[in-house]
Design a protein around this ligand. Structure first.
Ligand code: 1HN
Length: 350
């Protein structure tokens, strides 16, 4: 912003053109075209021990059916009222109690689920159900029917909480949102559980399969497989000085991202890891799966433990440190920035 106050003749001029819905570019040029990213988002941390009592209380105040989706939104403290964790991303923690159903609907917004707490809820996407286990990453692609429920597993059922990540602010930006409610509470199941993973998730594809969209044909990426690979690569010494062992989730049919708007990652930081500073134009939301450590973001230190969540805004320099072996899930808008050819990232050496 131009900090010099306009002279009175300019001010009068601005007031006159305002009547015609015009403004002088020169008063805001440097804000509109910043020298480098200088957005409003701030880093923030949501500790599980602070959040859990309120999630539990929400479970007593409203049912999943009445709420449609019983979610506490993680809102960036610098974006009050926007239901956004960054300018492009939405994040929330969703609770489903034993026996509840969150009714079927579909929308243009793409969603990811990352299971944080509890076992035995399911989500159904396009006719196939997946049982949710902690650490699993599940996608709900744009315009696919989806409903959730909690039938329990092995004869036991417990409250289940997952992280929802959506591209809501991007769809709002484009003013391209549509939604449709199903007449059925739960969609009809047309394929057995695990069918998509069997078809597409084993370095093989059905012989006549042709990708018909950029979206992954796999919609559940189970944690046990991810965890095993991280550990194996650590043992093999594939540790990056900035990221530890960091992998990206992939659409196995294209090599691209699981969904066109959201990138997802899982990384392993061995005990004692102290990462070098990194910055990137894709701000990211982190969900801590295992271990304790510290994220230092723009000079501010955030101590994290299991089930905590934190947000790293665009272009803020940050480092990651692990006390004990830590596993971190994260998501960002990287596919969109890559498609637009605007992504910048820097591994710093300081
Ligand atoms: C939605 O459909 C879900 O399906 C979760 O679980 C969160 C936030 C905004 C709009 C739609 C879900 C959502 C959402």
């Amino acid at each position: 912003m131009n900090t010099d106050l306009p002279t009175s003749d300019r001010k009068a001029f601005y007031e006159q053109i305002r009547e015609l819905n015009m403004i002088p570019l020169w008063e805001s040029l440097s804000t509109l075209v910043p020298h480098q990213p200088n957005g409003p988002c701030v880093p923030a941390l949501w500790k599980w021990r602070d959040v859990l009592p309120y999630i539990e209380q929400a479970g007593t105040l409203i049912t999943a059916e009445e709420a449609v989706r019983r979610v506490l939104v993680l809102e960036n403290p610098a974006l009050p009222g926007y239901a956004s964790v960054t300018q492009s991303l939405y994040a929330g923690l969703q609770l489903i109690l034993p026996g509840e159903v969150a009714p079927a609907h579909r929308h243009v917004q793409s969603a990811l689920r990352f299971i944080v707490h509890g076992r035995g809820a399911y989500t159904a996407v396009d006719g196939e159900r997946t049982t949710m286990m902690p650490g699993d990453f599940i996608i709900t692609p744009s315009w696919t029917w989806h409903d959730h429920g909690n039938d329990g597993i092995d004869g036991r059922s417990e409250p289940v909480v997952w992280l929802d990540g959506l591209d809501i602010p991007m769809i709002r930006f484009f003013d391209a949102g549509f939604e449709e409610k199903s007449t059925a509470m739960s969609q009809r199941v047309t394929r057995p559980e695990g069918n998509a993973l069997a078809r597409y998730g084993h370095n093989l594809l059905p012989v006549d399969y042709q990708p018909s969209s950029p979206t992954s044909p796999i919609f559940s990426y189970p944690y046990d497989r991810t965890r095993e690979v991280l550990e194996r690569l650590y043992r093999d010494g594939d540790v990056d000085a900035w990221h530890g062992v960091k992998l990206r989730y992939v659409n196995p049919a294209t090599g691209g991202w699981p969904m066109p708007t959201l990138a997802t990652f899982m990384q392993y930081l061995p005990a004692g890891f102290s990462g070098k500073p990194f910055r990137s134009t894709d701000g990211a939301v982190y969900s801590v799966v295992e271990g304790t450590g510290r994220a230092v973001i723009d000079g501010q230190s955030f101590e994290f433990g299991p089930k905590d969540h934190f947000v790293v805004p665009s272009w803020k320099t940050f480092t990651l440190h692990a006390n004990d072996d830590a596993v971190l899930f994260s998501f960002s808008d990287r596919p969109v920035q890559t498609a637009l050819n605007i992504l910048r990232e820097e591994k710093l050496d300081a």
